[in-house]
Ligand binder design. Structure first.
Ligand code: SF4
Length: 215
């Protein structure tokens, strides 16, 4: 099952590689708030394909470095942070909104520099999340909301398609276009079509949380 709405995948270019930006942690770089990474086999195979020019980047590390304190978005989502209607706040109560917006703008600059046509970003992150992010007001219980982090929101505002490591159907379809020897799983689904997402956000009674990403 795939997502509804516009296809997020760009067509492969007639000549030259497909330029993409990728959350650096998905390619194994130790850029998480505590130096963690969340390597994705599918994303790694796409980034390594000779028909792809992948540009890894961590917008949080760009402005805050590693390590940094755990943070979430309070009173809204990434779009609201860009509009100064919400804030990114860490566990010490520091407002990191300016640093987040600067990191997101640095990612957008990278997109423009390399004419990237797709962003593959890490879901759940308050910076890179594209389907689900934490709802900061609920700390320390870590409730969830269906929306975008700051960088994903900024890229989407500028027309850049964003998918995540959990959008298995889209990732497999892209890999199938790049590598004729790869056969996408017809039963794969993107995250917004996953049972957890549907039960949590699209049905009346949410179940207990599933995500394990700790960014
Ligand atoms: Fe950096 Fe984004 Fe990965 Fe967080 S999710 S560690 S901001 S690349």
């Amino acid at each position: 099952m795939n997502r509804t709405g516009p296809d997020p995948l760009p067509p492969l270019p007639d000549s030259g590689p497909l330029s993409i930006v990728v959350s650096a942690c998905l390619l194994g770089q130790p850029v998480g708030y505590d130096g963690s990474s969340w390597p994705s086999d599918l994303v790694g195979r796409i980034a390594a394909d000779p028909r792809v020019a992948a540009h890894p980047f961590c917008p949080e590390t760009h402005t805050l470095g590693v390590p940094r304190r755990w943070m979430t978005i309070h009173d809204g989502d990434g779009f609201a942070v860009l509009e100064r209607r919400a804030r990114v706040v860490n566990v010490d109560g520091e407002d990191l909104s300016d640093a987040f917006i600067a990191g997101a703008e640095a990612l957008l600059a990278l997109v423009r520099e390399h004419d990237a046509r797709l962003a593959i970003l890490t879901d759940i992150s308050p910076m890179c999340g594209s389907a689900v992010i934490y709802r900061g007001e609920a700390l320390p219980e870590r409730d969830y909301q269906a929306s975008s982090g700051v960088a994903a929101a900024l890229l989407r505002r500028h027309g850049i398609p964003v998918i995540s490591q959990r959008d298995t159907a889209s990732l497999e379809r892209l890999l199938g276009q790049l590598d004729p020897g790869f056969t996408p799983d017809p039963d794969a689904y993107d995250y917004v079509a996953s049972p957890w997402y549907v039960q949590t956000f699209l049905e009346p009674a949410p179940p207990s949380p599933e995500p394990v990403f700790e960014e």
